[in-house]
Design a protein around this ligand. Structure first.
Ligand code: A3D
Length: 311
């Protein structure tokens, strides 16, 4: 069986880690694309990783390019092209610049990778994945946004740190848009099968929920020049792997809703079954009135960003 081809659009902080993870996990061959001014960086990063493949004991061909023809026929496309936040910026502040970048990326992916499973990472996430879907016209099962996996990873790691347990044993989900209005669902979280609410005080749990909502901003503040990149790359790769290996994972992803959760025509974070068919199913959770209200509040924030794309 021929190796899978993975196109990584955007060779910045996240793009470089994505390339490393593709090789390390032997998911296939990776093409790292960036604008002509950054072609050298894309070539340099991928050559650097290639030179490490014998040491990791893996086989993966990696290349950098600024020529869209080189992504032709990719099975998976992961888009991180666009500006990241700086301290003091909201994700929405990126919209004007990133919508232009996303439009050119979407046109070219449509042309060169018409059958790919596409994972969008660029912020503001819910509006960017909406735009990519609109411009490509790809079916909704093949266009998905990465946010919930990362937001959930953050929630799980804070729980593990607080309880002094393995992060692997924490199961949880986060719904809603990727921003301060996201909806962590502590009611449904478990640790090794035990309800989280039985293991932690309400006060501590509330603090974890608040920290999760602001986790991206916490990292932006610490880094001083850019946003999180290791865990976003790990999250996007988890989604790509679920697709490539037909794992049937249930992961929170930004999916196009058409009636689920009473929402129609918007991308927002919900649990989705990911396998070789892409988004094979959207899982509808019975929410409490309070959770429903939080989700609708998050939808309002998503709608506002989408309106600004003018698509
Ligand atoms: P950065 O290191 O700046 O990399 C972005 C790359 O995109 C740069 O190398 C640019 O040269 C490149 N680029 C710019 N224009 C184009 C274009 N037209 N075509 C192709 N490439 C282009 O940023 P990063 O990797 O840290 O972050 C990338 C994006 O991901 C940003 O928008 C972040 O806000 C976003 N992000 C999202 C999450 C989510 O959870 C959704 C988390 C972290 C970062």
């Amino acid at each position: 069986m021929a190796r899978k081809k993975i196109a990584l659009i955007g060779g910045g902080q996240i793009g470089g880690i994505l390339a490393l993870l593709v090789a390390q996990k032997e998911l296939g061959d990776a093409v790292l694309f960036d604008i002509p001014e950054k072609e050298g960086v894309a070539k340099g990063k991928t050559l650097d990783i290639m030179e490490g493949t014998p040491l990791m004991g893996v086989d993966s061909n990696l290349s950098g390019t600024s020529n869209y023809e080189d992504i032709k026929g990719a099975d998976v496309v992961i888009v991180t092209a666009g500006l990241p936040r700086k301290p003091g910026m909201s994700r929405e502040d990126l919209l004007d610049v990133n919508i232009k970048i996303m439009s050119s990326v979407a046109e070219n992916v449509k042309k060169y990778c018409p059958d790919a499973f596409c994972i969008i990472v660029t912020n503001p996430l819910d509006a960017m994945v909406y735009s990519f879907k609109k411009i490509t016209g790809f079916p909704k099962n093949r266009v998905v946004g990465m946010a919930g996996v990362l937001d959930t990873g953050r929630f799980k790691s804070f729980v593990a740190m607080e309880l002094g347990v393995s992060a692997e044993d924490v199961a949880a989900t986060v719904l809603g848009g990727h921003g301060p209005t996201m909806v962590p669902l502590p009611r449904l979280a478990t640790v090794g099968g035990v309800p989280l609410t039985e293991l932690i005080s309400d006060e501590k749990l509330e603090a974890i929920v608040t920290r999760t909502r602001k986790a991206g901003t916490e990292i932006v503040g610490l880094l001083g020049n850019g946003s999180a990149f290791f865990s976003p790359a790990i999250s996007a790769i988890e989604m790509a792997e679920a697709y490539l290996k037909d794992k049937k994972r249930i992961l929170p992803c930004a999916c196009l809703l058409e009636g689920e959760y009473g929402i129609d025509g918007y991308y927002i974070g919900v649990p989705a079954l990911l396998g070789s068919g892409g988004v094979e199913k959207i899982i509808e959770i019975k929410l409490t009135d309070e959770e429903k209200e939080m989700l609708m509040n998050s939808l309002e924030a998503v709608k506002k960003a989408v309106a600004e794309t003018k698509l």
